[in-house]
Design a protein around this ligand. Structure first.
Ligand code: GLU
Length: 157
């Protein structure tokens, strides 16, 4: 088991998200990461190693001030435990970042479709299809709600 926390409000959320991750850590995790929104999406993500656990590494390396963010603890199912496979994952155009717990059962078909559209993947995870699909639909429709619906209809699992 692992977890997700998000914050949108008036407080600086770096500390809130880190504290949320600390509360989630007793559910078990092998990696952790945070996206913070400023004028762009700022991502830091780490897998735990012998030299330090992922949440401690995040604490040492997050400096961005933002009041809008998401954070994640991962328990790898698809792709090994490393920094690149850690969440959040980001879309090819840098506009959508996603954290996800669970499994996308049909990710191979979706990955093949997206690669056919010229979209490059950075990680080995099933999750990475999600931000790319949302961005792909957003580019076509210009509407985030429609893009989310179109994406969710495509996902199995
Ligand atoms: N299937 C995803 C991965 O391997 C999410 C695993 C989880 O639930 O943390 O990255």
């Amino acid at each position: 088991m692992c977890g997700i926390i998000g914050y949108l409000g008036i407080e600086l959320c770096r500390v809130i998200l880190l504290s949320g991750l600390e509360q989630l850590q007793n559910r078990g995790y092998d990696s952790a990461g945070i996206s913070l929104l400023t004028n762009k999406i700022n991502i830091k993500k780490y897998a735990s190693t012998k030299s330090g656990n992922a949440i401690s590494k995040l604490k040492e390396n997050i400096e961005v001030n933002s009041n809008n963010g998401i954070a994640h603890t991962r328990w790898a199912t698809h792709g090994k435990k490393n920094d690149i496979n850690s969440h959040p994952h980001i879309s090819y155009d840098g506009k959508i970042s996603v954290v996800h717990n669970g499994i996308i059962e049909n990710y191979m078909v979706l990955k093949k479709f997206l690669k056919g559209e010229g979209i490059e993947f950075k990680s080995e995870t099933d999750t990475e299809v999600i931000p790319h699909l949302i961005a792909y639909h957003l580019q076509e429709t210009g509407d985030i709600i429609t893009s989310l619906k179109k994406t969710f209809y495509m996902l199995e699992g």
